[in-house]
Design a protein around this ligand. Structure first.
Ligand SMILES: Cc1cc2nc3c(=O)[nH]c(=O)nc-3n(C[C@H](O)[C@H](O)[C@H](O)COP(=O)(O)O)c2cc1C
Length: 136
């Protein structure tokens, strides 16, 4: 099974989450990791995609790199197994709730999502490991 992890991270917290997911999938799937800037692959070549982006702006996805990349894929991901993850700061996770609604409206098969307040703690780590297994 081929899984892509595609993320944006400004200060490393979402990147740390991506690394936990990658570690949890090691030996269980063929995993490739991309930043949002570097993801130009055909999404249909992956069985599942884990997208990571922190809360930015005012409860939105990061707008320079991640949002354009993600919106360019939206029409191509119907039925695709997708998981979402990302770090946030002072908010209450609104950006992730909106993102979940968006992927469901797009017809993606949303397997789950994990949020972490700043750097992932032990609870977020466990949730990420569970997300990695449920995408298989
Ligand atoms: C420009 C900017 C905008 C942000 N907007 C929000 C926000 O709307 N809600 C929130 O909870 N955190 C917000 N944050 C905090 C980040 O989501 C938080 O620091 C997160 O850990 C950053 O993840 P990263 O290390 O992967 O870049 C913002 C941070 C920056 C730099």
């Amino acid at each position: 099974m081929k899984v892509a992890i595609v993320y944006y991270s400004g200060t490393g917290n979402t990147e740390e989450m991506a690394k936990i997911l990658e570690g949890a999938l090691m030996g269980k799937a063929d995993v490739e990791v991309f930043t949002s800037d570097s993801f130009t692959a055909d999404p249909s070549s992956f069985d599942a995609i884990l997208f990571g982006c922190p809360a930015m702006g005012n409860e939105v996805l990061e707008e320079e790199s991640f949002e354009p990349m993600f919106s360019s894929l939206e029409g191509k991901l119907e039925g695709k197994k997708v998981g979402l993850f990302g770090s946030y700061g002072w908010g209450d996770g609104e950006w992730m709730r909106n993102w979940e609604d968006r992927v469901k409206e797009d017809g993606m098969n949303l397997v789950g999502s994990v949020i972490a307040n700043e750097a992932p703690d032990d609870i977020a780590r466990k949730e990420l490991e569970d997300l990695a297994l449920s995408i298989l």
